[in-house]
Structures are given as C-alpha cells and as structure tokens.
Design a protein around this ligand. Structure first.
Ligand SMILES: Cc1cc2nc3c(=O)[nH]c(=O)nc-3n(C[C@H](O)[C@H](O)[C@H](O)COP(=O)(O)OP(=O)(O)OC[C@H]3O[C@@H](n4cnc5c(N)ncnc54)[C@H](O)[C@@H]3O)c2cc1C
Length: 366
C-alpha cells in the first residue's frame, strides 16, 4: 500500500510559491511517500530541503548516508524520477530500491524508513545519461533494478517531447519481478518507443507469454534490428553486463557508442593511460592536518594517507560516491573517477583522493 506524508499530498497541493531550483543537494531529504513497485522493490519519494527542485541529468544518482544499527552506512541510489524541465517541476526526487538478500542497507530502507523520516544525501553524481551522448536513436538495456537510470532517461525524453526513437529491452526473472511493469506497457504504446521484456521463467500464478530466456544476440536483433545505429546504454547485475558486452561485441557494436552503469562497486576497472605517471615518489602536504607524506607513483592519495596513518573521510574508494572530495591547492593528479565529482567541481580545484595519483608534489586542503 502506498504511504503518504499527508492525505492528498500527491497532486492535490495548493499552488506553491516559486520553488528554488538547485544544482546540488547536501543535506536532509524528507521521505514523503513510499510506494511498492514489486514484491521486493520499493520507491521512496524524497523532498529536498526548502522544497527545492533538484536539477540533475536523468540517470544520475545521490550518495546517501543512513544510520543503520547506529552505524553510518553510505550507499548510492539512482534518481528513478525524471529531472525538472520547463513546465514540469517535480515536487520530489524518487529512488527505487531492490531488497538485496542479506543486504543491510536495502533491508533497512524497506523495513525501517517511514514517511516523515529524514535521510542525508549528497549529489547528484554520475555520467551515465543519454544527455551526455545525444542521439536520434537509443537502445536501453536493463536487468532487475538496473532499470532505474534507463527509466529516468525514458521519462525525461517523454517530458521534453524529444523526438528520439527508443528501444527498451528489460530482463527480469519472472513476470512478478518486472520493475515498472505498467509504465513499460504504457511506454510501449508510443509509436517512437518499442519495449521488449524478457522473463527467464513464470511467476506463481502467472505464466509468462512474452519473450522467454536471457538476452541473446537473436533476441537483441529481433528487438533492435538497427542496433548498430543506436547509442546503447546498459545497466544491470555484473553477470548480465558481461553477457551484454559479449553480445554487443559479437554483433559488432562500436565500443564508443556503448555506455554502462554498474551498481556494484568494485566491478569497474579503470587503468590510467596517463604517460606522466612514472612511478616517481611525490610529497603531499595535507595543509589542515599539518602533515607531509610521501606517495609512490602507484598509490592513490587516499592510500598514501592511510599508509602514513592519516585518516581522511572516504567510502567507496573508487571515485563514485564523492565522500572523500577535497581541494587541490597545488600540483596535478591523474584522477580516474567513476562519476563522483562534477566537471564544475574539478574546474573549481576539487578532486577525489581515492582515485587520484599524484603527477607532481601536491598541497591539498585536508
Ligand atoms: C551508482 C549506483 C547507483 C545505484 N542505484 C541503485 C538503484 O537505483 N536501486 C537499487 O536497488 N540499488 C542501487 N544501487 C546499489 C545500492 O547502492 C546498494 O549497493 C544496494 O542497495 C545493496 O546494498 P545493501 O547494503 O543492502 O547490500 P550489500 O550487499 O551490503 O551491498 C553491497 C554493495 O554495496 C556497495 N557498498 C558497500 N559498502 C559501501 C560503501 N561504504 N559506500 C558505498 N557503497 C558501498 C557495494 O557496491 C557493495 O557491492 C546503486 C549503486 C551504485 C554504485
């Protein structure tokens, strides 16, 4: 059952004064509605401080800090809602969370987060968005909860009346596991959208009559015969992503037209191509801490700090969550981030120590 902050919250509010449009949030969001999506997926509608409207790219995520069992725990969640566009100023942002078996944070969200509660979030982060790679034709491939960024993009394309043609291929275990099932059916009614849902098996009480099995080259070609001309966006569990990569290789899809988001930190490998990384040792002055440490060319700034016994704030340790963000006062780094810092922040001298290796001696505000 849907839980709302107050009866009539959705769509029945008195006209509001103009709400501030903000480009980032770093504070407490209030949960104003909880909506079950499937038996193990729930959407949470969150109101920003000062009722602000968050400008973000569809597909981006926030990094949350939840108090779980008295411990702060950080997790990233994609905004499944569409961003604001002229004429459409969403009152809330939405995250859609699948319960991970034995997963402490997703279980806590499902079992303990209530309407009226506040959660801390920073963001938005991430570069997985069709807006970064505009095209006339897209292919969206998702599995399980990996649908959230693709749904945000599809909603955004709808809100902006973008004439792009979208083929959306979603994989689920059973019909009972199809996230946003009704909305996918409505999207499929549009002439410029095609939706294919594949299920591996039946649900108790429902035999699947659509395409069965996992995503294969044949299924993909049937859904998108012109896939070589499409910009491809993929999000899902690691095994699915690996299978999609192999299939797209087999079908000859240009790697420069493929874009991926992984929900599993540690699944990414980012090798630096910077020829200036010589393995040379560099000095790092931590101005606020009052320490100067050494870093060999193979270590990140965070690793060097930890090695020297200096504790810096950090969480994901691979450039996704943005927790360790600091200011680089002097020197240059080779930063291989995963979307946890915005271009504007880099221009302003910020960097992520967890995924940055020094190219010079550094002075940092930490
Ligand atoms: C960019 C991004 C977007 C995501 N969007 C969604 C979404 O829309 N819907 C959804 O259901 N899930 C999403 N996730 C996954 C989500 O963040 C959680 O990993 C998931 O809910 C399981 O968390 P858990 O604590 O229940 O389980 P766990 O099994 O404890 O989760 C393990 C995973 O959590 C992550 N993790 C563990 N420790 C940390 C840490 N200190 N800081 C940050 N991450 C950590 C790691 O990826 C790890 O593999 C997203 C993940 C990322 C990285």
């Amino acid at each position: 059952m849907t839980e709302l902050l107050s009866p009539g919250y959705v769509g029945h509010r008195a006209p509001r004064p103009r709400r501030p449009l903000v480009e980032e949030v770093d504070g407490s969001l209030t949960c104003v509605a909880i909506r079950p999506i499937t038996h193990d997926v729930v959407s949470f509608d969150l109101l920003l401080p000062d009722d602000a409207v968050l400008a973000h790219a569809p597909g981006q995520y926030l990094t949350f800090t939840f108090e779980v069992g008295g411990q702060p725990m950080e997790r990233c969640y994609t905004l499944s809602s569409a961003p604001p566009v002229p004429g459409h100023q969403p009152e809330v942002v939405t995250i859609t969370v699948k319960r991970t078996p034995d997963g402490p944070v997703s279980a806590w969200l499902h079992d303990h987060l209530r309407v009226g509660d506040r959660v801390r979030a920073v963001g938005p982060f991430g570069e997985f968005s069709h807006t970064r790679h505009p095209a006339a034709r897209y292919l969206f491939l998702s599995a399980g909860s990996g649908i959230t960024p693709l749904m945000s993009m599809t909603r955004a394309l709808g809100e902006t009346a973008d004439p792009a043609d979208v083929v959306f291929v979603h994989s689920a275990r059973t019909p009972a596991d199809i996230v946003f099932r009704d909305e996918l059916a409505r999207i499929a009614e549009r002439a410029d959208r095609s939706v294919t849902v594949l299920c591996e098996g039946d649900a108790p009480g429902e035999a699947w009559t659509g395409v069965r099995g996992r995503l294969t080259a044949e299924a993909l070609l049937a859904a998108a015969p012109d896939l070589l001309e499409r910009e491809v966006f993929t999000c899902g569990p690691p095994a699915y992503m690996e299978a999609v990569r192999e299939t797209l290789d087999l079908l000859g899809v240009d790697p420069s037209r493929r874009h991926e988001e992984s929900f599993r930190l540690g699944a990414l490998t980012r090798e630096s191509a910077d020829p200036e990384l010589t393995g040379e040792r560099h000095r790092i002055e931590l101005r606020r801490t009052g320490r100067t440490i050494e870093c060999d060319g193979s270590a990140t700034v965070l690793e060097a700090a930890l090695e020297a016994g200096v504790s810096l704030p950090s969480s994901c340790e691979e450039g996704a969550c943005g927790t360790c963000k600091a200011t680089l006062l002097e020197g240059r780094v080779d930063m291989q981030h995963a979307g946890g810092i915005r271009p504007r922040e880099i221009q302003a001298g910020k960097f992520l120590p967890c995924c940055s290796k020094p190219l010079d001696d550094l002075v940092i505000d930490a």
